[in-house]
Design a protein around this ligand. Sequence first.
Ligand code: S6P
Ligand code: ZN
Length: 200
Amino acid sequence: MAVVNLNFSSIQFDPQHPHIEGAVFSERRLSDLSGYFADEDAYRRCLQDGNPVLYRVYSLEQWTGEGDLAYGFGVLMPGKVGREYFFTKGHYHAWRPAAEVYIGLSGSGFMLLEDETTHESRLLSLTANSVVYVPGCTAHRTINVGSTPLTYIGVYPARAGHDYGSIERDNFRKVLIELNGEPHLMDRSAYLHQLQKGTA
Ligand code: S6P
Ligand code: ZN
């Protein structure tokens, strides 16, 4: 286990299991994302088959001064609910102007972004050695489209905070589903319509 000096720190970590002293650990299972996946029948079937861990987050948020940063390691498992790839809940920052930088460590995935005002969506690649800049006032969700865990670091202002409520209520307007073996971004409303008609 790495040891962190709170003020000056250089840590070594295993991207798959970044257990770091001082990090706050949280784990989300499938049951924690009730209502998030579009295909509710598929969601129920997945839950009956077990309640897998979708992702783990190790957050270093000890710094509280003005200008301080926080960061977190994410480990998002591969898998799908129906045709929708596993994803994180997604959130806005409670302090809306707070931006965030994501650095991909391993695996293959995307970040789905949605502007709070214009609702414009962006799907940006997140893989090993890639960097994604998430502007303020933008909802962000990580999606794993690969067959191995997607691991990454997010760096954000210490005062950013999390607002999960808006996404829990309204979700993102786009879904990322598998179509002919490839990730395909489409409107949630269109996908829900297909599911209702049984043509998805
Ligand atoms: C925090 C940062 C990440 C996420 C992590 C899990 O600002 O964006 O560390 O917390 O990817 O996602 P979520 O939406 O469940 O917090
Ligand atoms: Zn964030």
